[in-house]
Ligand binder design. Structure first.
Ligand SMILES: Cc1cc2nc3c(=O)[nH]c(=O)nc-3n(C[C@H](O)[C@H](O)[C@H](O)COP(=O)(O)OP(=O)(O)OC[C@H]3O[C@@H](n4cnc5c(N)ncnc54)[C@H](O)[C@@H]3O)c2cc1C
Length: 545
């Protein structure tokens, strides 16, 4: 089977939908692909808000200070012109989101409400209660439907990325696996936009969605796409253990005044305030997570002193989730919190137009690595999701490439044969077993604090899983995607560990106990590429490490 389109967008969270809608508004035909509906993408979980400096509503805030906070929070690893490109579009993006029906919270005087997030010099996080992601997704879903009705956007649900159609450094489309027909389709496109989110499945239980498994990054890496800054993985300091996942206690809870403490000799120790003063509970996420880890004690977050009325008004979802999942009444008792994997600063290496090193292959949203450097500030990723999508769409619309595509039907047939044969392989290793082992390895060896030994152990383990992956039995009771994605996921995990090993310093979310200092020689992004089974790292604008 085959199909054709102008733009193939893979992933339908906030970044994928924003890109599809923008491309469609330029008159391009778009195919929007995802296994599930957008309302089930990770984007709906975004709680706390979206950062922007809007002219006329700044109360002393400026775009320059948004840029400086973002650079500083990211350990000065992102480039200033990149961060500028993000922050300068903040006002426009808030206006756009409002224009399509996103309703932001307002103060009693009717002016837009803003809250404080970690690492910010001003209150600049616009929000919709604690369901900002849901509100933006709902508004974008309506826009997508509008363009679907006009015949500009075609949705392919129950459809997963398989591999890129890439030859001589140019992307011509992608192979997609359709869960309904259980077959591969070659979709030819003038531009392909990856919008597949983070890499949560590498770590098992996280705050995010297991739909975000990093497979597309791992697979395209094997096909020659360069990845960047993979070692920078954000641990969110305040998450709540539940049976299914780590539930996020939004930074909004600390933004509203919530205090972290542990108990020693029967007394509360407000350790962040003791060490960092008034703003201690709102330091950047990497720093708070590390401090919590170093206390080696159980930590709680107290918001009860805010009073029930304010809690119900400002952080109702935090109240509901603590009650629902753990029976904790936060108006009366503190919340037991611990850091957990939350966000991935690393992903596809892209330039200012969000194109990868492969022509006509773009990446947007969380799967693209460009703005956040070594650590992302809360509220900046929703801004980045929309900004990156618009930027890529504008570049694509302005392109005049001759859309002559080579014939990939032989490649598609070969890949179909492989999938069919694998479905019949006899082996004692089910896919699930290796995925669980991988999560254990990554949690143990790539934690908040790492060192050469733990990273070396992790690499050894993942190499072993990669060897056994060739022998695994495909489990016919799960989606075929779950089976064939294993090698890509393992390859990405190996690249993450290799990147972390190559950075012999501590910066942002990457803390090496054997190299605790920040080293000026490493003030560059890590790039990693795959060359016939070899993983090669280098520092951007510098060279081999
Ligand atoms: C609990 C939580 C709260 C958060 N709160 C905030 C916040 O308040 N502010 C903020 O700025 N950021 C927040 N974030 C981060 C932010 O939500 C994400 O970075 C952002 O929503 C990512 O959007 P995205 O479109 O790039 O990816 P996603 O929304 O993750 O969408 C990815 C899409 O790709 C699809 N996909 C994945 N793999 C494949 C494949 N192989 N084939 C086809 N499709 C595929 C998925 O099904 C999905 O449709 C939060 C994150 C979490 C987990």
């Amino acid at each position: 089977m085959e199909d054709r389109t102008n733009v193939l967008v893979i992933g339908s969270g906030i970044s994928g939908m924003s890109c599809a809608v923008r491309c469609a508004s330029f008159g391009l035909d778009v195919t929007l692909v995802s296994p599930f509906i957008s309302e089930r993408s990770q984007s709906v979980m975004a709680a706390g808000g979206i950062n922007a400096v809007v002219e006329g509503n700044d109360e002393g805030d400026t775009v320059a200070s948004h840029i400086e906070d973002t650079l500083k929070g990211g350990g000065y690893l992102a480039k200033e012109e990149e961060v500028r490109a993000l922050c300068e579009r903040g006002g426009e993006i808030i206006e756009y989101l409002k224009s399509i029906g996103t309703v932001f919270s307002v103060n009693e005087d009717g002016r837009p409400a803003k809250r404080a997030f970690g690492g910010q010099s001003h209150k600049r996080t616009y929000y919709c209660g604690t369901s900002t992601g849901k509100q933006i997704v709902s508004a974008l879903v309506m826009e997508v439907r509008r363009y679907e009705a006009a015949g500009r956007i075609k949705r392919r649900l129950m459809s997963c990325f398989h591999s890129g159609l890439i030859v001589d450094g140019v992307c011509h489309g992608a192979l997609l696996f359709d869960e309904t027909t259980r077959g591969l389709t070659a979709v030819y496109a003038d531009a392909v936009v990856m919008a597949t989110g983070g890499q949560n499945a590498l770590f098992g239980k996280t705050t995010g969605s297991t739909q975000c498994d990093g497979y597309a990054e791992g697979q395209l890496f094997r096909q020659g796409v360069v990845l960047k800054n993979l070692e920078f993985i954000q641990y969110h300091p305040t998450t709540l253990e539940t049976a299914q996942k780590r539930m996020l206690i939004s930074e909004a809870a600390r933004g509203e005044g919530g205090r972290l403490f542990y108990v020693e000799n029967g007394h509360r120790v407000y350790f962040m305030e003791e060490k960092y003063g008034e703003k201690g509970n709102l330091m950047t996420r990497d720093l708070i997570s590390r401090e919590m880890y170093l206390t080696k004690k159980d930590v709680w977050l107290d918001v009860s002193f805010l009073g029930e009325e304010l809690i119900r008004k400002r952080i109702p979802e935090v109240m509901e989730l603590c009650l629902k999942y753990r029976g904790i009444d936060i108006t009366k008792e503190p919340i037991p919190v611990a850091p957990s994997v939350h966000f991935f600063m690393g992903g596809f290496a892209v330039g200012l137009h969000h194109e990868t090193n492969i022509r006509n292959l773009f990446a947007v949203g969380e799967c693209a690595s460009i703005y956040h450097g070594a650590n992302r500030l809360g509220g900046n990723s929703l801004l980045a999701a929309v900004c990156s999508a618009f930027t890529a769409a504008e570049e694509i619309a302005g392109r005049r490439d001759n859309a002559v595509h080579p014939d990939f039907s032989k490649y598609r047939d070969e890949q179909s044969d492989i999938l069919e044969k694998k479905g019949k392989t006899e082996s004692r290793f089910p896919v699930n077993y290796i995925r669980d082992l991988l999560a254990e390895t990554m949690q143990n060896d790539l934690g908040i604090v790492r060192d050469e030994k733990s990273l070396g152990n992790g690499i050894k383990d993942v190499d072993y899983y990669l060897e056994t992956a060739d022998l695994i039995k495909y489990d016919n009771s799960v989606m075929p995607y779950f089976n064939y994605s294993l090698v890509g996921i393992l390859t990405l995990a190996r690249a993450v560990l290799t990147s972390a090993l190559s950075r012999r310093e501590s910066r942002g979310a990457h803390f090496r106990s054997d190299h605790p200092e920040t080293d000026r020689d490493f003030a560059h992004a890590t790039l990693i590429s795959y060359d016939n089974g070899a993983y090669r790292t280098r520092l951007e604008d510098k060279g081999e490490v």
